[in-house]
Design a protein around this ligand. Structure first.
Ligand code: ADP
Ligand code: MG
Length: 703
C-alpha cells in the first residue's frame, strides 16, 4: 500500500516561507517579510532578487511557464501563460524571469467584464503581485497571485477590493483596540474557513445531459422514488470511488499548501463537503478558488464530474458555502473570543456589537454579495438560510445582551448582574451556540458563520461587504469613544454605547426558525427587515446612496467601481438564465418532443394491432396514456413557444435593470411552467424512449 508522507508533500508546490528563508539572502528575506507584514511597496531591486530565486525553485520543480493568476469579475480565475524562454541570439534559449515580470504584468482588459469602466478609463489592465499570498506551481506553471486593475487604478477583480476591505477593518479595529489600551498589537487580520459543498456524478451520464453541460444544473427531471428523505447519506460511509477521489484531491490540495481538513457526505445523495482549516481572508479566497478548480480536475481523473452549481437538482438540497469568519490580532487574540477578565469582555462585547450593527445596517449588501442566478434557487427554499438576513447569537449570549439592554441581572449559568468592566462573561461552548442551522448569520462560539454563500460564489464578495460594514461600525465607535479614552468617563460611555447598539439593532437578532412563512411575515412586516428573494431585487441596492457612501468612506470601492460591479453582476444573471432558457428550447424541440412523439406512435400502433385481433380489447393503458401525453405535448409546445417569445423580447432590451426584471418576472416563470409539463410527461413515458438519464440514475450514479 502506498503511503503518503503528508508533512513532506505539504506545500511542496508553494514558494512559501520555508523556501524564502532557505533561498533568499537574509537581507532580501527580511525586506520581503516586512513588505508582506506591513503591506508596503516592494522595491525593484528586491523584486529582482526574489524573482531570481523563485525562478530557480520553479525550474527545479518542473515549471516551464509562469503566469499572473488573478480573479476577474467572471467569478473564475484567469491565467495567461508565458514560458520562461528567452532567445540567446545563437539559436538557443535561456530561462528568464525578471523582477518586473514578477511584480507587474500587462493584460488586455478588454475581454474581461468591466461594466463600462473600460469605456470610461482605459482598455489596458495590469496585474500586480499580492506578496501576502504565496506563489505556487500548478500544471508546470509558476502562478503568481495578483490583483487586476485598470491603468487608472480601478479594480477589475475581486482581490483588490477584498484587500482594501481588510485594510479598512484593520484601520478601524486598531483604533478601537487602542481605546482599550492595547499598545502591543500592530495589525488586525480577518480569517475565513470556508466549508465547500459539491456533488459528484458519473462523467458518462453527465455528458449525456446537455443541460448539465451547458448550464451546470438540470433543467428538467422528475424526482426519483428515493431522494434525501431517509437522511442516510449525511455523514454516511463514503463510497470507495468517492474515497479515492477525496484521497487524490487532498494530496493535490496539500501540495499547494491548502489546509484541507475535513470531508464528509452531505444531506443529498451524491453530495459532499470539504472544509479547510481557516486562514487569512485573501489567502482563504485564493485557496477556495484553487480548491474549486482542483476538485473539478481531480473528479475528471476519476471518471466523475464535480458539480459546483448551487442547485444542480430540483427536489434535493442544493450546495452552499459556509463562510466562518473572525478577526484576530497579530498577537494571536481572537476578538470574538470572550476573554478571562471583565476588561477583555467589554472589548469582546464592543466587537460583537460592531458585527450586529453592521449586519443590520447593511443587510442588503450582505444579501447581494451572495446573489447569483444559481444561489437564488437556494435562498428561501427551506434548505438554505432565507433571503432575509438575521443574526443568531444563541441563548446564553442573547441572555447577556438582554440583561445589558434592560439593566437587569443576567440569570445565566453564573447568575450575576451584568455590569461591564466588572463581571466576567462565561465562555460560550459550541453546544449552546451552534444549534440553529436555519440562520444566515450565526455566532458559533468564537467566530461568525455566514451561511448564505452559494457553492460556486467566490468568497471574496461576501467578505468585502462584511469587512467594510464592520469597519464602518468600528469607525463610529472609535469616533465616539476616542475623546473619553483613558478617562474615568470611558467605562460609562462604553456601557451606554453598547446598550444603545443592542437596543437599536434588536430587530436583526433572531434565534427562531428561519424557514417558513411565519418568519418572513414577522421579519418584513413587524421588524422591517429587507427580503430580497432574487438577484434582480438585491443587486440594484448596491447603488443605494447609503451603501455607496459607506463603501467609498471605507475606501473599498469608488463610485465608478460600484456602478460597474452592479451592472456586471446583473449582466451575469441575465446571461446565465438566458442560456438556461435557450438550452430548454433546444432540449425540448430536439429531444423531448420527438421522443414523446415516438412513444405515442408506438402506443398508437399497439392499439391498432390489438384492435385488429379483437374489437373488444379496451387498451386502457395505451389510450389513457395517449390522451394524457398528447395533452402534455400540447402544453409543452405552447410553453416552449411562450419561452421563445420571452427570449426574443429579452434580446430587444438594452437596459440591464429592465432585462433583469424581465428575467425574474417572465423568463423564469416561463421556464418553470415548461419544466412542469416535461416532467409530467417523463412520468408517463417509457424509460426506453426518454432521451436523457433520469434523476435516479444521476443521483445514484457513483457507487
Ligand atoms: P462545522 O461548522 O462544520 O461544525 P467547525 O466549526 O469546526 O465545523 O469549522 C468550520 C470551519 O470554521 C473550518 O474551516 C474551521 O477551520 C473554521 N474556523 C474555526 N475557527 C475559526 C475562526 N476562529 N475563524 C475563522 N474560521 C474558523
Ligand atoms: Mg459549519
Amino acid at each position: 500500500m502506498e503511503m503518503t508522507n503528508i508533512p513532506e508533500i505539504f506545500g511542496s508546490m508553494v514558494f512559501d516561507d520555508r523556501q524564502m528563508r532557505k533561498r533568499l539572502s537574509e537581507e532580501v528575506y527580511t525586506a520581503l517579510k516586512t513588505t508582506i507584514e506591513q503591506n508596503v511597496r516592494l522595491d525593484d531591486k528586491l523584486a529582482e532578487a526574489v524573482a531570481v530565486e523563485m525562478k530557480k525553485w520553479a525550474l527545479e520543480n518542473g515549471a516551464t511557464h509562469f503566469t499572473h493568476w488573478f480573479q476577474p469579475l467572471t467569478g473564475v480565475t484567469a491565467e495567461k501563460h508565458d514560458s520562461f524562454i528567452e532567445p540567446t541570439g545563437d539559436g538557443g534559449v535561456m530561462m528568464e524571469f525578471s523582477g518586473k515580470e514578477l511584480i507587474k504584468g500587462e493584460s488586455d482588459a478588454s475581454s474581461f467584464p468591466s461594466g463600462g469602466l473600460r469605456a470610461t478609463f482605459e482598455a489596458r489592465g495590469y496585474t500586480a503581485w499580492d506578496p501576502t499570498s504565496y506563489a505556487f506551481i500548478k500544471d508546470h506553471t509558476l502562478c503568481i497571485p495578483t490583483a487586476f486593475c485598470s491603468y487608472s487604478g480601478e479594480a477589475l477583480d475581486k482581490k483588490t477590493p477584498l484587500l482594501r476591505s481588510m485594510q479598512a477593518i484593520n484601520r478601524q479595529a486598531m483604533r478601537v483596540l487602542r481605546l482599550f489600551g492595547n499598545e502591543d498589537v500592530k495589525h488586525v487580520n480577518t480569517s475565513v474557513g470556508p466549508e465547500q459543498e459539491y456533488f459528484l456524478i458519473d462523467q458518462k451520464l453527465y455528458n449525456e445531459r446537455r443541460d448539465l453541460v451547458y448550464t451546470g444544473r438540470t433543467l428538467f427531471g422528475t424526482r426519483p422514488p428515493k431522494g434525501q428523505e431517509m437522511d442516510d447519506h449525511y455523514y454516511g460511509v463514503i463510497k470507495p470511488r468517492v474515497q479515492e477521489f477525496m484521497k487524490d484531491l487532498n494530496q493535490e490540495l496539500w501540495k499547494l499548501g491548502i489546509l484541507a481538513k475535513t470531508e464528509h457526505n452531505e444531506v443529498a445523495p451524491a453530495q459532499h463537503e470539504l472544509a479547510p482549516i481557516y486562514t487569512t481572508t485573501n489567502i482563504a479566497a485564493d485557496h477556495n478558488q484553487l480548491t474549486m478548480e482542483i476538485m473539478q480536475k481531480v473528479a475528471k481523473r476519476h471518471g466523475m464530474v464535480c458539480l459546483l452549481h448551487e442547485k444542480p437538482f430540483a427536489g434535493v438540497n442544493g450546495s452552499g458555502k459556509h463562510n466562518n469568519w473572525s478577526i484576530s490580532t497579530d498577537t494571536g487574540i481572537n476578538l470574538f473570543s470572550p476573554g478571562e477578565t471583565p476588561h477583555e469582555n467589554a472589548q469582546f462585547l464592543l466587537f460583537l456589537c460592531a458585527v450586529i450593527q453592521a449586519v443590520d445596517d447593511y443587510q442588503d449588501l450582505l444579501r447581494l454579495s451572495v446573489a447569483t442566478a444559481g444561489n437564488d434557487h437556494r435562498l428561501g427554499a427551506n434548505e438554505a438560510p432565507p433571503a432575509i438576513i438575521s443574526v443568531f447569537l444563541g441563548e446564553e449570549l442573547t441572555g447577556i445582551l438582554n440583561a445589558i439592554r434592560d439593566d437587569k441581572p443576567y440569570e445565566g449559568v453564573e447568575k450575576v448582574t451584568m455590569k461591564l468592566g466588572v463581571h466576567a462573561l462565561p465562555r460560550f461552548s459550541r453546544d449552546t451556540t451552534d444549534r440553529n442551522r436555519t440562520s444566515p448569520f450565526a455566532f458559533t462560539g468564537n467566530k461568525f458563520e455566514f451561511r448564505s454563500l452559494g457553492s460556486s460564489n467566490s468568497i471574496a464578495c461576501a467578505n468585502i461587504m462584511l469587512n467594510a460594514a464592520v469597519a464602518e461600525s468600528l469607525m463610529q465607535y472609535a469616533d465616539e469613544l476616542e475623546s473619553v479614552a483613558g478617562t474615568d468617563r470611558f467605562e460609562e460611555a462604553l456601557h451606554n454605547l453598547i446598550k444603545r447598539v443592542i437596543t437599536e439593532h434588536q430587530r436583526i437578532l433572531f434565534d427562531g426558525n428561519g424557514y417558513g412563512e411565519e418568519w418572513i411575515r414577522e421579519a418584513t412586516e413587524v421588524r422591517g427587515l429587507s427580503n430580497l428573494p432574487t438577484t434582480a431585487d438585491a443587486m440594484p441596492k448596491l447603488l443605494d446612496p447609503k451603501n455607496q457612501e459607506m463603501l467609498i468612506r471605507q475606501k473599498v470601492f469608488n463610485a465608478a467601481e460600484i456602478r460597474s460591479r452592479c451592472e456586471i453582476m446583473l449582466e451575469n444573471y441575465v446571461k446565465v438564465v438566458n442560456i438556461e432558457g435557450l438550452t430548454m428550447v433546444d432540449m425540448v424541440r430536439k429531444d423531448y418532443l420527438p421522443a414523446i412523439e415516438e412513444y405515442l406512435y408506438t402506443l398508437a400502433r399497439a392499439v391498432d394491432s390489438m384492435k385488429s385481433v379483437s374489437a373488444n380489447v379496451k387498451c386502457r393503458y395505451e389510450i389513457s396514456t395517449i390522451e394524457k401525453l398528447t395533452d402534455l405535448t400540447d402544453n409543452i409546445l405552447t410553453s416552449v413557444e411562450a419561452l421563445e417569445a420571452v427570449l426574443e423580447k429579452l434580446r430587444g432590451i438594452d437596459n440591464i435593470f429592465r432585462s433583469s426584471e424581465m428575467v425574474r418576472d417572465e423568463l423564469l416563470p416561463c421556464m418553470s411552467k415548461l419544466r412542469s409539463f416535461v416532467d409530467a410527461a417523463e412520468m408517463l413515458t417509457s424509460a426506453k424512449y426518454w432521451p436523457y438519464p433520469s434523476y435516479g440514475k444521476l443521483l445514484f450514479s457513483v457507487q
